[in-house]
Write a protein of this length. Structure first.
Length: 610
């Protein structure tokens, strides 16, 4: 018994080491050499080998040696063929999964990164532009200087923090409330404990320096150029902000009575209070010569052709505000509504009274979670969310957990078959669901499913919300000859619309439904490329100076989380649910930043990283 106890203690200690190693794996920086990554993964398999079979015990080590020769610049093109032959032999003859998985991993790298292998063999280095970068800046779609504004917060300069954010993102408040914070995904702080709470710190900054009270950069002299921006959502407003700062005249054509797009009409009040959104919008409108024409829809009140004649350039930031319906019988029945339409109705004060009603929601994205939690606040008797696969829950984990806490019920491995309606009223009466079972993973490591032998079953409901995506209203532009592919405007990475001169587009109407920060990034890219198209090369920068970086002792420290109100209180109203960080939490959290712009990956000679 003593030996077993010692072995158990040893396994527990190894588990602790592996948990720490997992953090190292998830913090691999963007821009790292893929061959280095695959070699490190191969070495994990080598370390797991029991040593009983020769293909695994010796073969993986030989493959590792060959990979090292490529990385050292001592290989030829024949080395790749030798690696492939050895890996195929190992994969077909190893006794267990250790050798098979390790060999297949390298075969996969030979297929997916052939150009990288050839660059190392021929040039002795990675292909151009492959280098480690500052993770939080690189993974932020708008490339906000995250270490810079965190340093400002640490110094107590909250206005300076807002200015640094605005260099790349004119919606500091909205993003502080609703951004999915991809910047945290590979935070190097994971090497020590947990990623820095970047969104929480941004929220602390805007809570102590309202966006409309922080001066925007000085506007450039007028260029005399006029740009039309169609759509007053995050993408269109971002483009307007930077173009106005550059000295251009901007006219925004907004279909609704107010600006904000899906930030206003798609995100519920409990996540983003609209008076806080208005602070960002006021600051943007005060940045330069921006005119807004509300209640104006292109194709109804004005044509695309008229815009092209009157303006020097055109930016289409249409968004994707039209909810999708499923192509099935009774999809247009009463009380069946797309999630995006449902949220817009609620935002406009036209939300239904769901008291005593059983609500079913199909879909697992962020819009679906917003709709489910909104239904709870509209006094629904019950709210059930159904998805086909666990992978279909693409919403932020915090949103799913928040919905669960507020009483939303979740079921997965159920495919949606059809809608049953009442013959007299044509109202939804029930949904029919087919049980599924898990099958193989596809090439993107996503689960697939197949029908279970269990019979379909009937689930009663009074209200059905379809969280199955949104689409853009591009019909008029397609009629006018703009290239539209599968309901999306065809534009390149510079946001220039294919086959046109002076027409740009970005955001959801190009990429399909995405996040606010992706739309903001597109608006920023478009603004600078429109400026170049008009013959200029303006730069927008604030007057802030980033504080010097202090050495970080790298002491493991707990991450400060944003607390929320009690779920039983939250579900009764649309009041904002998050609580602010305390001063002590904000100072400690900002002190956890490792300042990768000065230390570690991404550092450039002589100062801050690019």
């Amino acid at each position: 018994m003593r030996k077993l106890a010692k072995r158990g203690n040893m396994n527990e200690r190894i588990d602790v080491v592996l948990r720490k190693f997992h953090s190292r794996m998830t913090s691999y920086p963007p821009g790292m050499c893929p061959l280095t990554l695959y070699r490190s993964l191969l070495q994990i398999s080598m370390n797991q080998s029991c040593g009983k079979c020769i293909p695994c015990r010796d073969g993986l080590y030989e493959v590792d040696w060959l990979l090292k020769s490529i990385l050292d610049g001592n290989a030829t093109e024949n080395t790749m063929a030798e690696i492939e032959d050895k890996c195929r032999m190992i994969a077909s003859s190893a006794d267990c999964a250790v050798g098979v998985v390790g060999a297949n991993l390298i075969l996969e790298s030979l297929r997916d990164f052939k150009d990288e292998y050839m660059s190392h063999i021929r040039n002795g280095k990675c292909i151009e532009n492959v280098q480690q970068t500052i993770p939080c800046i690189t993974l932020c779609p708008a490339h906000v200087d995250v270490p810079g504004y965190i340093a400002m917060i640490k110094e107590g300069d909250y206005e300076g923090a807002v200015k640094v954010i605005r260099n790349s993102n004119p919606f500091p408040t909205a993003c502080a409330f609703v951004c999915e914070h991809p910047c945290e995904r590979k935070c190097r702080r994971r090497l020590i404990d947990a990623p820095v709470n970047i969104r929480g710190l941004k929220k602390y900054a805007v809570d102590h320096a309202n966006a409309d009270a922080v001066a925007t950069p000085k506007t450039n002299v007028s260029t005399g150029k006029k740009i039309a921006v169609v759509g007053g959502g995050p993408s269109g407003m971002t483009a307007a902000y930077y173009l106005a700062l550059m000295g251009h005249k901007v006219v925004i054509f907004e279909e609704h009575e107010k600006l904000g797009g899906m930030l206003r009409y798609g995100i519920p009040e409990y996540r983003l209070p609209k008076e806080r959104l208005d602070q960002d919008i006021k600051a943007i409108l005060n940045a330069g010569d921006i005119e807004v024409r509300y209640n104006t829809k292109i194709g109804r009140d004005l044509s695309y052709g008229e815009l092209r004649k009157e303006y020097d350039a055109l930016y289409l930031g249409l968004g994707a505000q039209l909810g999708n319906r499923m192509p099935m019988e009774n999809a247009d029945a009463k009380n069946v509504i797309p999630a995006a339409d449902f949220l817009q109705d609620v935002a406009n004060g036209k939300g239904p009274d769901l008291t005593g009603r059983k609500v079913v929601l199909i879909g697992g994205g962020n819009v679906a979670m917003d709709a489910a939690r909104t239904a709870v606040r509209l006094n629904a008797e019950s709210v059930h969310v159904f998805t086909r696969k666990r992978d279909d829950y693409t919403a932020l984990r915090s949103e799913i957990e928040g919905a669960m806490q507020e009483g939303v019920r979740f079921r997965t491995l159920l495919s949606f078959l059809n809608i049953e309606t009442d013959n007299d009223t044509n109202e939804v009466k029930a949904v029919w669901l087919q049980p599924e079972i898990l099958a193989q993973y596809d090439d993107n490591a996503m689960m697939t499913t197949e029908h279970s032998s269990n019979y379909p079953y009937r689930f009663l409901c009074d209200y059905l919300i379809l969280g199955v995506g949104q689409r853009s209203d591009v019909a008029h532009f397609e009629t006018e000859g703009l290239p539209v592919v599968r309901g999306r405007i065809d534009a390149d990475e510079t946001c220039a619309v294919s086959g046109t001169d002076g027409v740009f587009s970005g955001g959801d109407c190009v990429t399909g439904p995405s996040t606010a920060i992706n739309a903001i990034a597109a608006g920023q890219v478009a603004a600078y490329n429109i400026d170049e198209y008009l013959g200029y090369h303006h730069k927008v920068s604030s007057d802030t100076v980033i504080p010097a970086a202090y050495p970080n002792p790298c002491i493991p420290t707990g991450r400060a989380e944003i607390e929320e109100k009690d779920p039983f209180e939250r579900r009764t109203n649309f009041d904002y649910v998050e609580l602010s960080m305390t001063y002590e939490e904000a100072m400690r959290e900002s002190g956890r930043c490792l300042r990768c712009d000065h230390y570690g990956c991404g550092v450039m000679e002589g100062g801050r990283g690019e």
